[in-house]
Write a protein that binds this ligand. Sequence first.
Ligand code: HEM
Length: 169
Amino acid sequence: MRIERECSRDYRVPGTELTLPAGTLVAMPVITMHRDPDYFPDPMRFDPDRFLPEEKEKRHPCVYMPFGSGPRNCIAQRFALFEIKVALACVLRDCRLETAPATPPAPLRLEPTAFLSTPADPVRVRVVPRTDRPASGGSRPAAEAPTESVPASRPTESDPAPRPATTAQ
Ligand code: HEM
């Protein structure tokens, strides 16, 4: 995923000899910042504490911007985050997700030609019914038998084709 902005005026990049003329389209590959160890030590480690308020205060707000930034950022950021949490809660209420022999090993390989961050291989996981939830815990009964491994996510033919490179020369 990259975020693009067009220069509205000539802009000298601080600390360099580079001047971007007005009209230049600048593409920012945000994943490179999200995985930059200068900002996120051991970036591939799952560490939710990185997002504690005191940790976020230590870095520039534009270092992590999965929904973009500024007046043209994603209009659905709150909706998308809420939707993801509801979907996870619905699944995890009834099931545990475990790795299986078919689960690709970490680190996840991404499809280099996809516009969005898309796994290069199907991420197959084992879906195991939870036995530890109280019987009255929800309106739906827990599943009774493990289901087959299913791809949690896979590249689709409908993924948009990559756009031409637009990075400033
Ligand atoms: C996890 C889910 C999502 C992610 C990570 C995401 C990410 C993004 C990003 C990076 C941008 C560009 C922001 C920028 O240039 O600064 C964007 C723009 C946008 N997104 Fe999302 N988005 C998500 C879900 C959604 C959903 C569910 C909707 C609509 C229901 C939506 C509607 C839009 C719209 C309309 C824009 C263009 C805003 C503008 O140009 O002013 N997004 N999104």
